[in-house]
Design a protein around this ligand. Structure first.
Ligand SMILES: [Zn+2]
Length: 280
């Protein structure tokens, strides 16, 4: 039996998991980067994978990370908080490991994990939304990640907030350099800014309406069976109770059927989905 090794690359650490064919975790380890320099961080990543591989006879290797891997240049893009940004990480890692690897954006891995054996298990079209320090997104259709031509499919966080009101326009400056991105309205830090300014109840009322608009846009474009929500904000029950009745204010469909569900695997979804980039 082939085991599947998944790696989640974060800003400060590398997490490795090994899944068996049933999705049961055989091993899970965390490693901190020795430095922010590329060469030692690459070595550290390869070592973490090789050490975990000793626990299994044959492993496939899937890697999830922030930003994306440009399929044309082979370079990591927009993974600003990792030591691998603007580097040919996949090529370099495969040279060291002497095997093929698969890479995906961490939100895509999250969506894949939840579509395979999480909250959206068995659903044909799934949109995964991570509401944490940022707002990530990923699309899974028919059990496969939709990567896109340039590797950025599903990046809803860097679309302007839809149906923006006059007092919301043009919106705060985003990490991507533009103004008014959804991320600047629905991330954890965005919610906290509002709470500090206008209090929890008023901030939550604004939050659920903005999230309803952001989800309604995705429903208009993709009409997924399920939107599965992860990240630190996913613990707020209001996302599952107050957002769904607001959707019809904004969707083209008068009675949208898309379910909004909390992630089943929580923070583990990213690393599990990375392993699932290869079939069992
Ligand atoms: Zn942005």
């Amino acid at each position: 039996m082939t085991l599947r090794l998944g790696v989640d690359i974060g800003g400060t650490k590398i997490e490795v998991v090994i899944l068996d064919a049933d999705g049961v975790e055989r091993l899970r380890r965390r490693t901190l980067y020795p430095s922010r320099d590329y060469a030692p961080a690459l070595e550290c990543l390869a070592d973490a994978i090789r050490a975990a591989e000793k626990e299994c006879e044959r492993c496939s290797v899937g890697v999830g990370m922030p930003g994306f891997l440009d399929p044309h240049s082979g370079l990591v893009e927009n993974a600003f908080n990792t030591p691998y940004n603007k580097r040919p990480l996949k090529n370099d890692l495969e040279k060291i490991l002497k095997k093929e690897t698969r890479f995906a954006n961490d939100a895509n891995c999250f969506a894949l994990s939840e579509a395979m054996d999480g909250a959206a298990r068995g659903c044909a079209v799934v949109f995964g939304a991570i509401l944490g320090t940022g707002a990530g997104g990923g699309v899974v259709a028919g059990g496969r990640v939709v990567e896109g031509r340039g590797g950025t499919a599903g990046e809803w966080g860097h679309v302007p907030l839809p149906w923006m009101t006059a007092d919301e326009f043009p919106g705060p400056r985003c990490t991507c350099g533009r103004r008014g991105c959804i991320e600047q309205f629905v991330s954890g830090p965005a919610k906290n800014r509002e709470r500090d300014a206008i209090g929890e109840d008023a901030a939550m009322a604004r939050y659920v309406d903005r999230l309803a608009r952001a989800f309604a846009m995705m429903i208009n474009i993709l009409d997924p069976d399920v939107i599965v929500v992860g990240g630190g904000m996913s613990k707020h029950e209001e996302i599952y109770t107050r957002v769904p009745p607001l959707l019809r204010k904004y969707t083209y469909h008068p009675d949208p059927r898309t379910l909004i569900l909390r992630a089943l695997h929580g923070d583990a979804s990213g690393v599990r989905g990375a392993a699932m980039l290869w079939p069992a």
